[in-house]
Design a protein around this ligand. Structure first.
Ligand code: SF4
Length: 169
């Protein structure tokens, strides 16, 4: 079988800005500043939209994670908030304190090759970003987004095939 790479998504996880060490010694604000909208749009591009998303199984309250990430990619931040709050009313808190590395992010298949999608950071942003109006024009999914969705489907098909294969003696 041909070797596949995760080349259709941004390879590196989007970093989160932190307060300068000197500045944070003089205030009580959070050290981690959170994602900007641009950061979130970039990080959302790293999701493969797995048809059987392991991240949802890894989430204790089963948030529709690819559903909210898809809305971020569509710049529908209010829609993303609605998807999250259908399962969890505290995205601002859970995005900060949940041990995502042992839950949703810990099982994200992107993490097998690269760093997993930064689900917690995206969740954290959504509480603030829900007031940002959605752009009027509906844009078609980009070729890259289509390619990523296809890559996610193929990943699931490969998994199914592997599960169905009889074990070697
Ligand atoms: S497991 Fe990772 S790549 Fe798959 S839908 Fe969830 S966040 Fe996206």
């Amino acid at each position: 079988m041909a070797k596949r790479t995760v080349r259709t998504i941004p390879q590196a996880r989007t970093p989160m800005r932190e307060q300068d060490a000197k500045a944070r010694g003089k205030n009580f604000s959070e050290v981690a500043c959170g994602y900007s909208l641009e950061d979130a749009l970039r990080e959302a591009q790293r999701c493969l939209y797995c048809p059987e998303p392991a991240c949802v199984e890894g989430c204790p309250v089963s948030i529709d994670i690819p559903g909210f990430i898809r809305r971020i990619e569509d710049k529908d931040f209010r829609g993303a908030y609605d998807v999250i709050t259908a399962a969890n009313l505290l995205p601002a808190i859970c995005g900060r304190v949940c041990p995502q590395e042992n839950q949703c992010e810990g099982v994200c298949p992107v993490g097998k090759t690269l760093e997993p999608v930064a689900i917690g950071r995206l969740e954290r942003l959504i509480d603030q970003a829900r007031h940002v109006p959605k752009p009027r024009k509906k844009t078609k999914p980009s070729r890259a987004a289509k390619a990523r969705r296809l890559a996610g489907k193929r990943l699931q098909q490969d998994k199914k095939r592997l599960r169905a294969r009889p074990a070697d003696d």
